[in-house]
Write a protein that binds this ligand. Structure first.
Ligand SMILES: [Ca+2]
Ligand SMILES: [Ca+2]
Ligand SMILES: [Ca+2]
Length: 474
């Protein structure tokens, strides 16, 4: 994602025209990806790294004036997973979280703890929305309230449409300026609410259940969680959508006909053993919210991290478990999804979600989409790790489903996702294993009228993220 600033000098010569008072017909187009963030580590902004975290502020140049934009800094550190379980000798099913050390988001409201380095250090992240970028600013002008000599120019470009570009300027605010890092904006709200009370004093880390009533509210969607792994409400709220809840559940299973493990067994003590688990972080805005957690029965260090932007959510799952025969991650929609079109990269023309099953090409998909008056959700998939698992697509649309439903309601409305149907090697460092596997579901929440072309566009863009280069400026 990172690009060295080799292109700066070349681009700079065209930028003089952009920044001038006269608009030029050759003016570069703005970045068009409204849903996408720019995430930079401290290491990528060397002149800011190692300094105070809280006084970094961001601005764009409109061609006539400076306008402040929200910037968020999310601290990270390498943390031992036994600390996250608040137990140095924690062991579950023979797996020792004390053997697991990962770079994670930090939090003083969980046992993860605050970043030991409270400065904006090399592994912390600074994020803003690409659409908040502006034009190249002329030298000789500074926003009111910033400290001269602290500027950093961030040049954002789109590798798919190289003519599109944008600029964001970071500064340190002057003492007493009154400038806030958030610029007074809140793009995403996240209310993490445990039924039991405060996390550190009431969460059962060794045997759930730990019911929640947590809600993410963003411009284009709402999502609800009733337990750590239990996402059970999703409303598309983009313009024109009916805003109904179209989700029964996000289901996690070994295989279509095996209920021995599910999101419910991950969350709750039940007939299949203990349900240890912990949160790494719950954090809200202004630019994004983050919900990250561990604990999936015999995979106590298996981790899922949701990063919520206002029109996009990235859900990254890092498998850390003994060898398993297969695994699947499904969206099971609710009866309110009836009438929507389901399509994926192997079946782009799509079928209607109506509780009556359809025969689809079952090749694994790189994207899936549901679209209708209820709104559009496009899921884009990417996988990483030490091996490439084989997978097929799973689809079931039936009011009298042939496969057991395991959790949620009795119906399978457009139940869909990829099914890794080959044996996976041990991926748990807590068992001294060295293989790894992660998969990311990027979800885009759009107005009604999604098409195979719009889904493919999201997939192409997700595979080629926006680029950003930095240079000291004034
Ligand atoms: Ca750090
Ligand atoms: Ca830090
Ligand atoms: Ca269902």
């Amino acid at each position: 994602m990172w690009k060295l600033p080799v292109a700066i000098a070349v681009a700079g010569s065209t930028l003089l025209g952009i920044a001038g008072a006269n608009s030029s017909p050759a003016q570069a187009a703005a970045i068009s990806r409204a849903a996408d963030p720019i995430v930079l580590t401290g290491a990528q902004i060397p002149t800011m790294a190692g300094g105070v975290r809280t006084n970094i502020v961001g601005f764009r140049w409109t061609g006539a004036a400076w306008v402040q934009l929200p910037v968020q800094i999310d601290e990270r550190a390498i943390v031992n997973f036994a600390k996250i379980y608040n137990n140095p000798s924690a062991s579950f099913y023979g797996s020792s979280p004390s053997l697991v050390n990962q770079l994670v988001y930090t939090s003083s409201t969980t046992f993860t703890g605050a970043d030991p380095d409270s400065k904006f250090d090399a592994n912390d992240e600074l994020v803003f929305m690409a659409r908040d970028s502006g034009l190249a600013a002329p030298t000789g002008t500074l926003p009111v309230g910033v400290t001269a000599g602290t500027g950093v120019e961030i040049h954002v470009t789109d590798p798919i449409t190289p003519a599109n570009e944008g600029f964001v300027y970071l500064f340190r605010s002057a003492v007493g300026s009154g400038l806030k890092q958030s610029a007074g904006k809140t793009y995403v709200r996240y209310s993490f609410k445990l039924t039991s009370g405060a996390y550190k004093t009431t969460y059962n880390l060794t045997g759930g259940s730990n019911p929640e009533n947590s809600l993410v509210t963003a411009a284009s969607y709402k999502q609800h969680f009733s337990n750590r792994w239990l996402s059970d409400q999703l409303n598309v709220t983009a313009p024109g959508a009916t805003k109904v809840d179209i989700l029964d559940r996000n289901k996690v299973l070994f295989a279509p006909n095996i209920c021995v493990r599910s999101e419910d067994t991950f969350d709750a003590t039940g007939p299949y053993g203990s349900a240890e688990g912990a949160f790494i972080v719950n954090k809200a805005g202004p630019v994004r919210a983050i919900r990250s957690y561990i604990g999936a029965n015999s995979g106590p260090s298996t981790q899922r991290t949701h990063v919520f932007y206002d029109q996009r959510e990235d859900v990254r799952t890092e498998l850390r478990v003994h060898s398993i025969g297969s695994v699947m991650d499904l969206l099971d929609y609710s009866p309110a999804a009836a009438g929507m079109t389901y399509r994926n990269s192997a079946n782009p023309s799509g079928v209607t979600i109506d509780g009556t099953n359809d025969s689809l090409n079952n090749a694994a998909s790189s994207w899936e989409q549901v679209t209708g008056p209820q709104g559009t959700i496009t899921h884009v998939y990417s996988t990483g790790g030490t091996f490439t698992p084989t997978a097929i697509g799973y689809y079931l649309d039936s009011t009298t489903p042939s496969d057991p439903q395991c959790t949620g309601d009795a119906f399978a409305y457009g139940t869909s996702g990829n099914y890794i149907n080959s044996t996976l090697p041990c991926t748990d460092p807590g068992l001294n294993c060295v293989d790894s596997l992660n998969f990311t579901r990027s979800m885009f929440f759009d107005s009604p009228g999604g098409t195979a072309a719009s889904a493919s566009q999201h997939a192409v863009e997700t595979a080629q993220p926006l680029l950003a280069s930095t240079a000291a400026w004034q």
